[in-house]
Design a protein around this ligand. Sequence first.
Ligand SMILES: *Cc1c(COP(=O)(O)O)cnc(C)c1O
Length: 375
Amino acid sequence: MNDSKTYVTRPWLPPLSEFLPYLEEIWRNKTLTNNGPFHQRFEAALCEHLGVEHVSLFCNGTIALVTALQALGIEGEVITTPYSFVATVHSLVWNRIEPVFVDIDPHSCNLDPRAIEAAITPRTTAILPVHCYGTPCAVDEIQAVADRHGLRVLYDAAHAFGVRQHGRSLLAHGDMSVLSFHATKVFQTFEGGAVICRDARSKAQVDYLKNFGFANEVTVVATGINGKMSEVNAAFGLLQLEHVDQALALRAAVDARYREQLALVEGVHCLPRAPVDTDNHAYFPVLVTAGETVRDRVYAYLRQHGVFARRYFYPLISDFPMYRNLPSAAPERLPVARSVAQQILCLPIFPDLPLDKVDEICRLLALALESRHAA
Ligand SMILES: *Cc1c(COP(=O)(O)O)cnc(C)c1O
């Protein structure tokens, strides 16, 4: 076995020589941030690429979430998923909002729309679903529940860059959607994020809030924060956009190879892809169906052999110390999320992962499961 390390993801970088002209332009014009020329160009290019009308760039996805909640005036209780990255729920608490956890659907790993309604109280003001792994939430059912109860819907779309369904961007749903361009994400600007808004008015509000609340040089209209994206990140994003389709195509090939190789391996179940027009293959989640002990043994075995798969998402957010005492965090209320968290393993996927490496990872996985039978 070779001893090189394979991580769950690796950033896709354009040739450095392609980025240098962008840096030279920044050095020439000496605008480093504050809605500079690259920021404006990247926002426009993203709208075009994603097929949405109003994008507000951010320094990262978490501040984008915190700010979107502010812009929508959300307070009281918000219904969300325990099966996500912890920032989803932290963003609520930074707004003094109480998270209310609801169980997930076992096929999509997203909020179970049927469970949302039962969790609504007079204090509920919004739903914060996550398109986990880029798999679309049940957007129509969620919107129907929201409309019946006068709730806002904010999507954490950190995994959903570029996903299209029924002829339109997945990001067009709800009141707002939030993207992350963190280094580990499918489309990255080192650090970065964005809020997708429905109209110019809400984008203006988000724009004020991410710039201390300044509406102009002397007018402060809101208690804003500093959530701005710098020119270097925006320039990089602009360049990265030119390469993203190629990167997604390479990911698709990795995804297909895993499915082909794992079809015959007993004890692992690839999560099915939802039917979409454009997928992003941001993650490659599998379930180790024998449960937590075996999953953890497989995880350790892969590590020993230089393959750093990750247990996204385990533990559940509702199990972290700051959340586990909430009434909605009680384990018996979240049986599906718990069961998925005990079986989940995200295998390495990134554009330049060699297909023979995929084969090797699958062989290791099969061996790890066999050695369990032997033990
Ligand atoms: C990555 C991620 C975030 C946070 O984004 P950052 O850009 O790292 O702040 C939020 N939610 C989910 C689901 C994520 O995966």
